[in-house]
Design a protein around this ligand. Structure first.
Ligand code: SF4
Length: 678
């Protein structure tokens, strides 16, 4: 094939690239303007890798052994039917991923609810975006990560980044911030914080108190945009009853950020002609993540930013299809079009598209952590698509135990991930460049990723896998198309009239290069690059303040676990590392897990740079190489979460859940530090 213009397989920026067989070169697409990060440059390496799976695998005598597609499909279908017969439909669960194309996410939700009849479906985006999504939905009536194009940021005077580190996680994004003054909120001095005019480093888990403190300063110093608040919002008075009690000096005692710095942040934002508040995982992955994002939205609303041309609020979605992946029905509580599963009108609409009675559709199921925690109990069989929860879920040793207690574990992947290693059946599926499908990037723009090369022999698409299983368990073949374009046509109909309306998006329009940001309610509609300019998505058109209060982390340090640990990503690796750990250029730079520690903290534990340390929490321990970093807070350690086995950062993380989003608290837990046995 000649070269193909495509998009990077990794993060939600979805940089434009050109692929010539396996050779990647950047191309000039608005979000990356010709730039790529190291992951993007090396993305072709895995396409011809010997690590690729090319045959279904079935566990026999304790070993995964190659079998035909027919044998593997028959085995799985028989097991699913037996589980349903003996234990009921909810004994089978499905776990999806935020990297799946829109078509796969859509068909997976339909497969679960129609073919399996189970309510038990959720996905790894619950670990990633759910708090921001819940807070955005509550405040604005709809959740689109950035309700404006990334390129609008180039006109900003000031950008506040709360818990986001794009200089490391999506470097080409930073060019859009070149002319802005940055306020960076992060307990670590990250590469993004290095570029800040003002870096505020709150104590871990105190972000909401800091948001309240800056908001207090905005109001107290007379910077409240009163006319905007009166005309375009609701709930200020209820919100202020709590926020008024968080004056900067009080916030300083909780967060460690000086009152003067809080006031300076307020002043910078208020004096800016154009300003944005953006959040990332650092402020979202908490047991109070929804409230915390609500706190940053309150600040943006008080300043009159959301829905104003040249200013705004947004969150930086992480996974490649983190936005689309949460819109098409693989979430426990949602149907396609970002519809609520317990809304009778939504159920009726989707059921009609699917050709089934609305009353046959199951209701809401368990969220990701709760679903994984139920494995081996009422859930007897699990199908995993595009996810590696053995590495990426909190308290992952327990997840591993739970997976071992299943009657049936099925994994669809293109490499033998750590979760696939435990499976009873593994199906080999294509990689990004080997199939067609759409993704929706962090600014709500729908992108068509074209097929660039042929998949290896033996590989079949996830869509055909779902169809073949559906037929074997009694569904009519025409109900489960296996062609991406055909699935997309159905997705368009299912999304029509929903919050994320794709009904005007066609493959033809995407192929012609149209920039279609949803909602796109008909084929003549130009798309909606900027949302909320005329009103928010609540029936009265007003955004909602959230009456949120600081509560702090679910687990505090004590004598046994005197430090706090936080986790995150590094430039060279993506998510659970199942892909990037197989790319030599990337592992050459970051080959293994490390723990960043202040030199004094390391010394107090008898550790020096390069030593091996045990990081221990109430849930388990990880062994990591010590990196002494003078800019670290003395009370904090940091570990990347991309590594498997005993190097899993998620062996120590806390599965405490946010009450609204069910997001686990990846970003803070109490730990101890000690020298590892030689
Ligand atoms: Fe761009 Fe993200 Fe890919 Fe890096 S990983 S090239 S920032 S899309």
């Amino acid at each position: 094939m000649p070269h193909v213009d495509t998009h990077c397989p990794y993060c939600a920026l979805q940089c434009g690239m050109r692929l010539d067989e396996t050779r990647v070169t950047p191309r000039n697409f608005p979000v990356n303007a010709g730039g790529l990060c190291q992951k993007g440059w090396t993305a072709g390496a895995l396409l011809k890798s010997g690590a690729r799976l090319t045959s279904p695998l079935l566990r026999r005598d304790g070993e995964l052994q190659p079998v035909s597609w027919g044998e593997a499909l028959d085995f799985v279908a028989d097991q699913l039917l037996a589980s349903r017969r003996e234990h009921g439909a909810d004994s089978v669960a499905v776990f999806g991923g935020g990297g799946l194309t829109n078509e796969k996410a859509y068909l997976l939700g339909k497969f679960a609810r129609v073919a399996l009849g189970t309510s038990q479906i959720d996905y790894n985006g619950r670990f990633c975006m759910s708090s921001a999504a819940a807070a955005g939905m509550r405040a604005f009536g709809v959740d689109r990560g950035l309700p404006f194009p990334v390129t609008d940021l180039a006109g900003a005077d000031v950008v506040l980044l709360a818990g986001a580190n794009p200089a490391e996680t999506m470097p080409p994004f930073m060019q859009h911030l070149d002319s802005a003054e940055l306020i960076v909120i992060d307990p670590r001095r990250t590469p993004t914080a290095e570029r800040a005019a003002l870096h505020l480093a709150p104590a871990p888990g105190t972000d909401l108190a800091l948001a309240l403190g800056i908001l207090h300063a905005v109001v107290a110093e007379g910077h409240l945009d009163k006319s905007y608040v009166d005309l375009r919002t609701a709930g200020f008075d209820e919100m202020w009853r709590i926020a008024a009690t968080w004056w900067p000096e009080r916030v300083e005692r909780v967060t460690g950020v000086s009152a003067a710095d809080q006031r300076q942040a307020a002043e910078m934002l208020a004096r800016a002609g154009n300003a944005y508040v953006l959040t990332g995982r650092g402020t979202e992955q908490h047991a109070s993540g929804t409230a915390t994002v609500g706190g940053w939205i309150n600040l943006a609303l008080a300043l009159g930013l959301p829905g104003r041309a040249g200013s705004g609020f947004g969150c930086l979605t992480g996974q490649g299809n983190g936005q689309g992946g949460r819109e098409h029905g693989q979430k426990a509580d949602q149907l396609p079009g970002y519809r609520k599963i317990d809304d009778p009108a939504a159920r009726a609409h989707v059921a009609e598209v699917w050709g089934v009675p609305a009353e046959s559709l199951p209701g809401p199921g368990r969220s990701a952590v709760e679903l994984l925690d139920e494995l081996g109990e009422s859930i007897k069989a699990l199908l995993v698509f595009g996810s590696n929860p053995v590495v990426s879920a909190p308290r992952s040793s327990r997840v591993q135990e739970r997976l071992a207690g299943l009657d049936l574990l099925v994994v669809a992947d293109f490499v033998l991930s750590e979760t696939a290693e435990l499976a009873d059946v593994v199906f080999p599926v294509p990689q990004w460049a080997e199939e067609e499908g759409t993704l929706t990037n962090l600014e709500g723009r729908v992108l068509l990723r074209q097929r660039s090369i042929d998949p290896p022999d033996g590989v079949r698409s996830d869509l055909s896998l779902l169809r073949d299983l559906a037929v074997r368990i009694g569904q009519p073949v025409e109900r489960f198309p296996d062609d991406a374009a055909e699935v997309f046509e159905e997705l368009r109909a299912a999304s029509k009239g929903g919050a994320a309306d794709y009904s005007g998006v066609t493959y033809q329009r995407l192929r012609s290069g149209e920039a279609l940001h949803w909602p796109v309610p008909d084929e003549a509609h130009p798309g909606t690059p900027r949302m909320f300019l005329d009103g928010f998505a609540h029936p009265d058109g007003r955004a909602r303040f959230a009456d949120v209060d600081h509560s702090g982390p679910a687990e505090l340090p004590d004598e046994v676990f005197p430090l706090q640990a936080t986790t995150g990503r590094v430039l060279q690796h993506y998510q659970s590392g199942a892909q990037t750990r197989r790319i030599a250029e990337l592992t050459a730079v970051v080959p293994e897990v490390f723990v960043e520690v202040h030199p004094d903290t390391a010394a107090r534990s008898g550790l020096a740079d390069g030593d091996r340390a045990v990081v221990r929490s109430r849930r388990g321990e990880t062994v990591a190489q010590v990196r002494c970093v003078p800019s670290m807070r003395a009370d904090l350690v940091f570990m990347p979460f991309h590594f498997p086995g005993a190097a899993r950062a998620n062996l120590v993380t806390n599965p405490a859940l946010d009450p609204v989003s069910r997001m686990p608290e990846f970003k803070v837990c109490a730990v101890s530090l000690a020298r590892a046995e030689a």
